[in-house]
Design a protein around this ligand. Structure first.
Ligand code: FAD
Length: 287
């Protein structure tokens, strides 16, 4: 089933999980999925390590399990930076065979140790290629504060419009901590003629290290209020976690009150956190 149609019926709540690192048994993610099942997210997306840090092969397998065992829709992430047309074709064939209808088409992050392949320069090239292959629902990534490689947010939104026009049916945003950045981005996207649903990506912070890592990876800015929380509880991890989870919940409730199409929770495979947040915002989804 194509997840795009869900947005016509309701405000969507979705989760992201990642395949375990090679040093962790694959069964760990299946335990996490068992624990997430009764939260009934509208879909679960599964990442794919473009740089080879996590085995991409398990992305399709995990998606299939989400659908067949748990009865939840899934989206398979597919970064193209280290792929050839031939290898993408093999993956699309596998997705088909496993009953996966939804793909998050990505360029992927550069890995300094890997020379990028040349068949796909941007995610939009992959989107066109998948459209030619056949009948998948294609989702794309977007960046409320602009992609770090773009000169400006305006330029990034122009490229985003091209990606959507290539065949993207819904967008999931990069994590952000300040809702007004997301609202400004929505206005710019609308002004550029982007009309597909845009889900807000929310990363619940659970510790100082994870936030610092995320911020250095994706360039999201930390608003003063969050910075103050981090400073106040720098020696008290439990209180920091509690305060940051409340921050995420407030962020989501405000987004829902502003009528966003959906919320995508970066669970980091932490089912307790996903449960805490989902249960706290569940009633607001119906607003
Ligand atoms: P693109 O849409 O290709 O954009 C990349 C850059 O190129 C942008 O700056 C854009 O403005 C620019 N650009 C686009 N078209 C043009 C053009 N014609 N001319 C000039 N510039 C252009 N990475 C993974 O490896 N695995 C994952 O599973 C994964 N999941 C993700 C999920 C989400 C929701 C998000 C937001 C990101 C995810 N990423 C993942 C990270 C993503 O791959 C990186 O952010 C990557 O740097 C950009 O990917 P993209 O698909 O947005 O690229």
């Amino acid at each position: 089933m194509k997840v795009r149609s869900l947005f016509d019926e309701k405000r969507v709540i979705s989760f992201e999980v990642f395949p375990p690192k090679p040093t962790t048994p694959i069964t760990r993610i299946y335990e996490t999925l068992d624990a997430l099942e009764d939260l009934r997210p509208d879909f679960i997306s599964v990442t794919y390590g473009a740089g080879g840090s996590t085995p991409g092969a398990s992305t399709a397998e995990i998606c299939e399990t989400i659908q067949k065992k748990h009865g939840i829709h899934s989206i398979a992430h597919l970064p193209c930076i280290n792929e050839t047309k031939e290898s993408v074709l093999a993956k699309l064939t596998e997705f088909r065979a496993r009953g996966i209808d939804n793909i998050l088409a990505l360029r992927g992050d550069r890995n300094p140790d890997l020379e990028p392949k040349t068949d796909f320069k941007y995610a939009a090239d992959l989107v066109e290629f998948i459209c030619e292959y056949g009948d998948f629902d294609i989702c794309g990534a977007c960046y409320p504060e602009g992609h770090p490689e773009s000169e400006s947010l305006a330029e990034d939104v122009r490229h985003l419009k091209d990606k959507v026009d290539a065949g993207v049916s819904h967008l999931i945003s990069q994590l952000f901590f300040r809702n007004r950045d997301f609202y400004r981005f929505l206005e710019m996207a609308q002004a550029a003629g982007i009309q597909v649903p845009i889900e807000a990506g929310i990363m619940p912070i659970t510790n100082k290290k994870s936030i610092e890592r995320m911020v250095s990876l994706c360039g999201a800015s930390i608003p003063p209020r969050l910075a103050k929380l981090m400073a106040r509880y720098s020696d008290d991890p439990q209180s920091l976690k509690a305060a940051c989870l409340e921050y995420s919940i407030e962020q989501i409730i405000d987004l829902l009150e502003h009528g966003v199409s959906g919320i995508h929770i970066y669970t980091m495979n932490n089912d307790d956190v996903a449960r805490y947040i989902t249960e706290a915002v569940r009633d607001c989804v119906k607003i």
